[in-house]
Structure formats: C-alpha cells, structure tokens
Design a protein around this ligand. Sequence first.
Ligand code: MN
Length: 204
Amino acid sequence: MKSKRLAEYRTKRTFSKTPEPPGRIRSSRRHPIFVIQKHEASRLHYDFRLEISGVLASWALPKGPSLNPADKRLAMRTEDHPADYAAFEGVIPEGQYGAGTVMVWDRGTYQINPDESAAEQLEGGKLKFTLKGHKLRGGFALIRAGSKSQGSKIEARWFLIKRRDGFADPKWRIDRHAESVLTGRTLKQVTEARRTKRRSTRDH
Ligand code: MN
C-alpha cells in the first residue's frame, strides 16, 4: 500500500536510535482508533491522532484537548504516524527527533459523522466525530483555520472543539487527568522507569 504516506515520519527518525516503531500501514477497520499522547519534548504538548486510511493523521495541541465547549484548542497538523504508534509509551533519546517522554494519555475508538468519509472530511478541513475513550467521550469537531498547504509541508492550524452534549464539562481541567491509560503512570514515572533501566544495564 501507499508507503509514501509514512515517508515524512520515517525520514525524521533513526530507528536504530529511537524506540519508536518504523510502522506499517494497516487495512482500514470498522472501528478506527484514536490516541492522544502526552509528549514532553522541548515544549510539553499533546499529540492527537485519528486513524484514517490505515495511518494516524496527527495534530499537536499545545494545551491539550478540552471537554469544555467554550474552549477552542489550537491543533497544529503534523506528519502521519503508523497505526502501531498508538501503543508507544517511552522515552525518545536526546538528539533524536521529538526527544523526550511520550505517554499514552487516552485512547479508544471513534465514529465519524457518516455523511462523508473521514478521508474526505480531512481533505475538506472539517472533521466531525464522536470519541469513545477513557478520558474523552462525545462529539468533537476539528476545523482547519489556515491555508491547506504551506510550501511542501502539511503543517497547518486547526482547532479542536467539544460539541455541546452530555459529555461536555465546563469545569474541565486537564491537570486532573495526569496518568497514562495504558500503564497508570505519570510522565515523570515513565521518564524515571527508563533511567532505572539504564542504570541497571550499566551495573550488570
Ligand atoms: Mn509530539
């Protein structure tokens, strides 16, 4: 299948040096997944990823998602990631692209508004979907604000907005949801686990 879709992802990384997966494109699923990774790189942000056409379409959110419909959260489109990236939690070594700790903050499945396919909505700059995660549930919209392409890069400004429904929470505070849904660990604990592992490797 179109491995070109992961070309930018692969070009940016050296897989002998980073624990991230080189990845494959998977066949489309009836219930595609979403994942949000909390990423303490040079700046802390949250990576929001939706499985579309076998890869994870990705956006970086400086403030993370919100369940408050009054919040418009900036989401910068980044390169597509492989589907198996959804299980990645660990530390990207210094000197590598995106160096820092990655934690699986939330994951689950999503349903797209059925009028158009997810690929068509992505192309059109307006995605409407319902998330079924552990922390995030209910309807959301991702709306493209800037121009579609800036030079050869796909990076562009989008906004993530919670729909007003039974899952909306005007009192939402992201700092009350600090743990990984995969392992229950905080970012700090994921970082420290690696230090401990490296120390014991040296000792033996
Ligand atoms: Mn990131």
